[in-house]
Design a protein around this ligand. Structure first.
Ligand SMILES: [Zn+2]
Length: 375
């Protein structure tokens, strides 16, 4: 909203330079262009968020604001003052941040349609303490060309006309006398106080448009009656679609395929290859194997529901001996006098282990060969 001052200044300079006739032609052209578009319809925040895998933070459920007369008295028209932010962007941002920024509105509107954030049966935090328990509040998003601006105001005007019908309100322009059903945020600042914003006047002026023009467009649609198609309903009557991200596989184990002895201590990983908090499986443990799976290019064996160990701790890998080798136990003590001879392949399991400062490969439970014998 800080950019408003600059936008306002720009709007004012256009108004003084351009001939009044030009402005009138321009404004009527925008409403005529707007009317050539059909309504893009209403979607609901919980639907939009579910598609993104984001939880809906229901403002009205957390924070019910009752209207002072039991129902809305009109609608406040806002403009986001955030270039290039779509209704979808604003929906995600306000859903995440309303409890930090103390700001929330009933709907965001752009050229692609309306996203209703919460039921208009309750108030929101849109235009200060005087207006918040009186009005439905609707934010128009910024567009970058006149054709898209016309689509945006068209969706805005149809949604506002539907809201008026829903609450048995008649269109009445409040921006000049502080009385009526169609308010700008600027008019709230001027006549009611509790806020000092001047939107959407600056943004409208940028396109040679005004709240009076917008009021005419709302009245045009109001007089056509309530289009039943795409009329807004309450957010809590909407069923969000299934999230785009696939649901988790049911926690059912496949049939076991083998029982194998773990030769090297093994961390337990989850299905994403992330180490779990489960205790390390100790070498010598018998594991029931439910199949194998490659996770991030590494082979794992499934040992339980969402539990995996790195396969090489069980299956091992053949390595050629470059030297004759003795066998050692887990304390680094030589086991017997048997030798493994150079040139032979020996199966080693998992990574190297350190025993008393020396590096070994496990070749069986509690049997180790020095790493140097494989070089
Ligand atoms: Zn505003």
């Amino acid at each position: 909203m800080k950019k408003l001052i600059a936008v306002l200044a720009l709007g004012a300079s256009i108004a003084t330079v351009a001939a009044p006739e030009t402005m009138i032609v321009q404004a009527s052209t925008i409403n005529d262009t707007a009317k050539q578009n059909s309504f893009s319809g209403v979607t609901y925040a919980e639907q939009v968020l579910a598609q993104e895998g984001i939880k809906y933070n229901d403002f009205s459920a957390a924070n019910p604001i009752n209207y002072r007369n039991g129902k809305p008295e009109g609608v406040v028209i806002h403009e986001t003052a955030t270039p290039n932010a779509t209704a979808r962007n604003e929906c995600i941002y306000f859903n995440r941040e309303w409890m930090n920024i103390y700001s929330y509105v009933h709907a965001f509107v752009d050229k692609t349609g309306v996203i209703q954030m919460t039921s208009p049966d309750y108030g929101v935090w849109g235009a200060g303490p005087v207006a918040n328990n009186r009005f439905v509040q609707v934010e128009l998003c910024e567009e970058n060309n006149l054709a898209d601006f016309a689509k945006g105001v068209n969706n805005d005007a149809i949604y506002v006309a539907q809201i008026l019908h829903r609450y048995n309100l008649e269109p009445d322009n409040a921006v000049h006398d502080g009385k009526g059903t169609i308010w700008s945020h600027h008019a709230v600042s001027t006549f009611l106080g509790g806020t000092d914003h001047t939107d959407p006047d600056g943004y409208f002026a940028k396109w040679g448009y005004s709240m009076d023009d917008f009021f005419d467009l709302v009245k045009y649609y109001y007089d056509q009656g309530t289009p039943a198609d795409n009329a807004p309903v309450d957010n809590d009557t909407v069923t969000p679609p299934a999230p785009a991200t696939p649901a988790k596989k049911p926690a059912v184990l496949p049939k076991p395929v083998a029982t194998k002895v773990l030769i090297h201590n093994a961390l337990v990983y989850d299905e994403n290859g992330v180490a779990t908090d489960l205790p390390t499986k100790k070498a010598g443990t018998k594991l029931t194997i439910y199949g194998n799976q490659t996770i991030k290019k590494r082979k794992y064996l499934q040992i339980g529901v969402n539990q995996y160990v790195v396969a090489s701790n069980v299956e091992g890998k053949l390595r050629p001996l470059s030297h004759n080798a003795y066998l050692y136990d887990g304390k680094g003590k030589r086991v017997g006098t048997n030798k493994l001879y150079r040139g032979n392949y020996v199966r080693t399991y998992g990574g190297r282990v350190k025993i008393k400062g020396r590096k070994y490969y496990p070749i069986d439970v509690n049997q180790f060969v020095k790493v140097g014998n494989f070089k």
